[in-house]
Each structure stands twice: as C-alpha cells, then as structure tokens.
Design a protein around this ligand. Structure first.
Ligand SMILES: N[C@@H](CCC(=O)N[C@@H](CS)C(=O)NCC(=O)O)C(=O)O
Length: 214
C-alpha cells in the first residue's frame, strides 16, 4: 500500500496550503516514493489522534506512522537509504536543521502578516472559528490587526530574507525553477487581485524555497 500523507486542505480538497506538508511532499518526490495525500482540516483532530498527532503532516507507512515534517524527513532517509538522500551527511543535516529553524522562526511569521487574511478567507467554514481563536491567542492580536498592513508586511518580509540573497544570486537556474513553481502556487489562488497576486508571488517564491531546502 502506498504511503499516506495527511495534508492540510482549505475549503476545497485540492487547495493545500501547509508549508510543513509541502516540505514532506517535496521530500517524498525527491526520494521517488509513491504516496497519496488525505485532505485534512484543522478541527479533525480525532482523525490523526490514533497517530498521537495534533498537527499535520502525518505520514503513515504501513505499520509505521510519523508526525512533524522534520521527523518525517529523518524517517525517510533512515528507512529508505537506497533512495536519493535528503541530507548528504551529518554536516548537511545540521545545516538544513539550522535553515529549518530560521524558516519557521523568521520567515513564517513575516509571510503570515502578508497572507493571513487571504488564508482565513479560503478556510472551510468548520475551521474558521478554531483558526481565529487559536491564532489570535498565539499572536496576541486579532487576525485583522495581524493582516492590517500587507504592503508594509511585504517590505518587512523582504528585509527578513536579506541573509539568503547573497547566497542565491549566483544560481540563476534556481531562480527560474522557483519562478516556475511560484506560478503554480499563484494559480492555487490565495490572492484577490492581480496587484496583490504579484506581491504574493514574490513571497511564495521564497516560502517555496524554504520548503525546498528544508
Ligand atoms: N512542527 C510541525 C508543525 C506542524 C504544523 O503546525 N502544522 C499545522 C498546519 S501548517 C497544523 O496542523 N495546524 C493544526 C492546528 O493548528 O491545530 C511540523 O514541522 O510538522
């Protein structure tokens, strides 16, 4: 039986918006493993409770189950060592771990201020109250306050990315790839108008890059 991945979905089953789940999907693709995704909503805690998880991604591989994107990446390299490696060795894994932490702690909060209200608008009705309550508690402000200044948030987001720009500029092929991928993400359509879509496309490129490297 193919590997199953519980994957966060918005109102529509095919709108998948979790950066943690995207990392796992890219890792599975990189390793050439067959998998199927199961759309999951935030309040469906009972569905993933048997795997002792409260968040997705959750990977179910036969009788094994793993939650947490980083733990899943380590699991895949350990259990499928003959497939292309995610981490070339201890040093590469440590560097990726650092990048993972930086992405989660610095990049995610910056991008969230750009897209929070778009995300909220695309949620299924049954997730909306939970999302509002849990995120407002986490950030100590309303969603509207968090997303009040998307233009300023894009500028702050670009500033947060300054450390990676000098590393990336010699790799035009990577830029082209990211641009191509970001168009697909834009088509997923979190944005409401074209100007906003352009801003988001830039943001999504970087978010995707984070997912790619981690
Ligand atoms: N450290 C976890 C974070 C996973 C996570 O926060 N997932 C979110 C979706 S992006 C989730 O399932 N949230 C459910 C909730 O907030 O109750 C990982 O890397 O997998």
């Amino acid at each position: 039986m193919a590997i199953q991945l519980y994957d966060l979905a918005a109102a529509e089953d095919d709108r998948r918006y979790s950066p943690y789940c995207w990392r796992v999907k890219m890792a599975l693709k990189h390793k050439g493993l067959d998998f199927e995704t199961v759309p999951w909503r935030m309040i469906e805690k009972d569905v993933i409770a048997p795997y002792k998880a409260t968040t997705v991604p959750v990977l179910v591989d036969g009788s094994n189950s793993v939650y947490d994107s980083w733990a899943i990446a380590l699991y895949l390299d350990e259990v499928y060592p003959s497939r292309p490696r995610l981490f070339g060795g201890t040093e590469a894994r440590t560097l990726a771990d650092f990048f993972n932490q930086w992405t989660v702690k610095s990049v995610h909060p910056a991008i969230l201020r750009v897209i929070i209200l778009d995300i909220f608008g695309k949620l299924p009705e049954k997730d909306k109250a939970y999302f509002r309550q849990s995120r407002e508690k986490r950030f100590g402000m309303t969603l509207e306050q968090l997303g009040a200044d998307p233009k300023g948030a894009v500028a702050a987001f670009r500033g947060a990315l300054d450390p990676v720009r000098p590393v990336l500029w010699p790799w035009p092929a990577l830029w082209v790839f990211i641009e191509f991928q970001s168009r697909s993400l834009s088509r997923m359509g979190l944005s409401k108008n074209r100007g906003r879509a352009r801003q988001l496309k830039k943001a999504q490129s970087w978010n995707l890059l984070s997912g790619l490297i981690v």
